[in-house]
Ligand binder design. Structure first.
Ligand code: SF4
Length: 235
């Protein structure tokens, strides 16, 4: 099959089917409470999951609760989250975020987002310092089961290599394009996100995609293009 002859819509359907078979379909369950998800996602920027978790729990152990984190001394908080990359940038982002939530809501909680329409919830979250579309959509999908598509580096790379997204699409635009092609069902969106994340971490890695082992290779533009030049480059 010539992968280039398939439309993006056909590719996304096939990608879902193949990855559902490879990784099994997942239930959408809350893994962490909303404030945990929000602050952990801010901590996770360019940081491994293990180091992000270490920083999160050290921070709460040292300062007790969100009020304690919000009012902590800069150096002390930076030290608590030093297992993450750029702790000096993350301290003001986290503290300003906590201040803004407290000021606007009277408490440090974002549970109210479950009752907001999707666009309003995205607008509200992306006004917080350090919160972009990816973080906002992760919180809204994982915690409130809203029909959004978090596009992280893995979702973006795999979708682009397969040919679901064009070469010049930005990550923010990718959110919109993928949403238009997928049904507005949070379980489907969750599976697409998690399956592409796992696939990008394990098989379709940035530097050395293991195309020979990949269940998507029959529909993948990147594989077909590289294979035409010589199969060794894609193995
Ligand atoms: S065939 Fe290769 S480039 Fe395409 S999705 Fe699989 S690992 Fe990635």
């Amino acid at each position: 099959m010539d992968a280039h002859t398939l439309s993006a819509e056909e590719k996304i359907l096939l990608t879902q089917e193949l990855l559902n078979q490879a990784y099994k379909k997942l239930k959408l369950e809350n893994r962490r409470e909303p404030m945990h998800e929000l602050i952990s996602t801010m901590l996770s920027h360019r940081t491994t999951h293990a180091d992000e978790e270490k920083a999160y729990y050290t921070m709460l152990e040292r300062f007790g609760d969100w009020e304690g984190v919000m009012n902590a001394d800069f150096d002390a908080l930076a030290d608590a989250i030093k297992t993450t990359r750029y702790p000096g940038q993350k301290v003001p982002q986290i503290q300003q975020t906590l201040h803004m939530i407290k000021e606007e809501r009277g408490e440090i909680s974002i549970d109210f987002l479950k009752d907001l329409p999707v666009e309003e919830a995205i607008d509200w979250l992306t006004k917080l310092p350090g919160v972009g579309l990816k973080t906002a959509t992760l919180v809204l999908l994982f915690n409130f089961h809203k029909p959004v598509m978090p596009v992280d580096t893995h979702v973006f790379r795999v979708s682009q290599r397969v040919g679901i997204l064009g070469a010049k699409v930005t990550a923010n635009k990718a959110h919109e394009i993928l949403l238009q092609m997928l049904p507005p069902d949070p379980v489907v969106l969750y599976n697409y996100h998690i399956h592409l994340l796992w696939h990008g971490q394990r098989i379709c890695t940035y530097y050395s995609p293991q195309c020979g082992k990949c269940v998507l290779n029959g529909i993948c533009n990147y594989y077909q293009d590289v294979r035409e030049k010589g199969i060794d480059e894609a193995e």
